[in-house]
Design a binder for this molecule. Structure first.
Ligand code: PLP
Length: 370
């Protein structure tokens, strides 16, 4: 197998595995704990809507049948929601899959992709594996995408620019006008991908939506997901809105049954479960304000967030805080994974979960300072 292994692309050999964090089951086993609070992956603390769970249960008997290759029902539902033709909608096995397919489609050896630093870790992996190169530009002083510097980084090789809005891990957004102004100056042979995984959580008045701009900007590509606000992370289903020609190519490239039967049905149902969605968004808003308040009491800096997670400066080495909290049954994401050495990224949970996180963090801080 020597030649086989030697010939594997350098880009793939240079990759590191995505650090998914320990699962609840692993932490239970490793530390002999019963109650684990996972605030590490921005999952929905209220889960999917009851009617979505009922739908999944009632559809379970049909999993012997292949799913609809075209995700027709879901596309029609999204077409109605966004007032777009179905040709502009692509459904994927999570936005992760869409990201991979898109990079396979548009990158060639040596292509450059511009992104903020820190931003979603998955971008770089998707780029590297296709022989491309990520050009990472540090966020500005307010932890936002540095659009001017990102524009200045464009070369002949640039194929894609990622805007993660709200940004994971910083939670920040750009104002609507800032993104529109950016789009007007970017040549249309560079794809501008706006990752809107947390779109539903945005509370800022001046937010970027983008759907209404698709007609004017054929190089605008929006990615959204059912993993966060709709509570379906384990189902693996996300979607993109964009140029119909590009989406036609993505459809040729994808697996014929990339989106499973239960995921399609759950997503359709989730779109009608508006009461549950509102409940989730209301909880997130209330709890983010609660966390801000408590961080202030602890005299910890934090970054105001437009998503369902928040970055807080623990003032201690985050990698150590991460381990200590894990021993106490609380899983968070250490900022050291993306160059913010004393920061923690914590998903916004229920009041009970947030309280337990804060209590343990406060205990750790007290221990360290004594
Ligand atoms: C969670 C997340 C996604 C969603 O990924 P899925 O594959 O749809 O679960 C996409 N982008 C960002 C920035 C995320 O944080």
């Amino acid at each position: 197998m020597n030649r086989l292994m030697a010939d594997i692309k350098d880009g793939i050999k240079a990759m590191h595995r995505y650090q998914a964090g320990k699962s609840v089951e692993e932490v239970k086993r490793e530390y002999g704990l019963n109650n684990i609070i996972k605030l590490a992956s921005n999952e929905n603390p209220l889960g999917p809507a009851p009617e979505v769970i009922a739908k999944i249960k009632s559809a379970a008997g049909e999993v012997c049948l292949y799913p609809d290759s075209d995700s027709r029902d879901l596309k029609l539902k999204l077409a109605e929601k966004y007032q777009l033709p179905v040709e502009k909608i692509f459904i994927g096995n999570g936005s992760d899959e869409i990201l991979d397919l898109l990079m396979t489609l548009v990158l060639t050896e040596g292509s450059e992709v511009i992104q903020a630093d820190p931003a979603f870790a998955k971008y770089e992996l998707a780029v590297q594996s296709r022989g491309g190169k990520s050009i990472k530009i540090g966020v500005d002083q307010e932890y936002r995408h540095p659009l001017a510097a990102m524009k200045a980084a464009i070369t002949e090789q640039t194929k894609v620019i990622f805007i993660c809005n709200p940004n994971n891990p910083t939670g920040t957004t750009l104002a609507r006008k800032a993104i529109i102004d950016f789009l007007t100056v970017i040549p249309d042979d560079i794809l501008v991908v706006v990752d809107q995984a947390y779109q539903e959580y945005i509370t800022a008045a001046d937010y970027f939506d983008g759907v209404e701009l698709l007609a004017d900007y054929p190089n605008l590509f929006l990615m959204r997901t059912f993993s966060k606000a709709y509570g379906l992370a384990g189902m693996r289903i996300g979607y993109a809105l964009g140029n119909s020609e590009l989406i036609d190519y993505l459809n040729r490239l994808r697996g014929p049954f990339n989106v499973n039967r239960l995921a399609q049905q759950a997503a359709v149902q989730a779109l009608t479960a508006t009461d549950h969605l509102k409940k989730c968004l209301d909880l997130n808003k209330k709890e983010k304000n609660y966390l801000y308040n408590e961080f202030e009491k602890l005299e910890l800096d934090y970054i105001k967030t437009e998503a369902n997670f928040v970055m807080v400066d623990s003032t201690l080495p985050a990698a150590e805080v991460f381990i200590e909290l894990q021993k106490r049954g609380i899983i968070i994401r250490p900022g050291s994974q993306f160059g913010m050495e004393s920061w923690l990224r914590v998903s916004i949970g229920t009041r009970e979960q947030n309280k337990l996180f804060l209590k343990n963090l406060a205990e750790l801080l007290a221990e360290r300072s004594s």
